[in-house]
Ligand binder design. Sequence first.
Ligand code: PRP
Length: 214
Amino acid sequence: MNTVLTMAMPKGRIFEEAVDLLRQAGYPLPPEFEESRKLIIDAPEAGLRFILAKPMDVPTYVEHGVADIGIAGKDVMLEEERDVYEVLDLKISACYLAVAGLPGGNYQKVAPKIASKYPNVASHYFREQGQQVEVIKLNGSIELAPLIGLADRIVDIVSTGRTLKENGLVELEKIADITSRLIVNPASYRLHAMRINELVERMRKLVENKGDVQ
Ligand code: PRP
């Protein structure tokens, strides 16, 4: 009998693109997949079971082995530094991490406050720049922080740039390009090498072919 692989899927903005990619790679997913509120969804015809998780938690499920594989943004991988294999750049949900702030802000300040959903990424970035900062962890709506005086700058995802623009903020420095990655639990990779390699190769072909037509 074929092994059923458990895949951790990020709810939210990556979800639809990830589902599309899996279908295009030839994995039949139930039609109600997108509408369901279920957190565990079986796709027996695809030989897959999905767990739907908060994007930031996907590497945690995979590291602990309750999911064999997962789809996670590079932003989350950089922040979480989990012990998982990053096997393929899926080249979906492209965006980037950047430092932003108010135009004309006092950027010479000693130990400025930096608000971010990515405290580790932010600390690491400013340490590398040799700049001392105080990082304030927020869970969302990061752009609020400089507007109401909680922070001097933010470190956040920029996709279309609309959120920065509509809140009167400007991008100051780009930190890293971000796309979604296919990740694998190391022990699962050894146990289910054939199934996992098949999935990785199908996805790889799809991603490479898409690259060709762009
Ligand atoms: C993300 C990010 C920015 C916004 C960027 O937030 O944190 O706020 O999207 O996108 P844009 O450049 O296309 O405007 P998200 O919508 O995930 O919600 P959050 O504020 O709760 O993190």
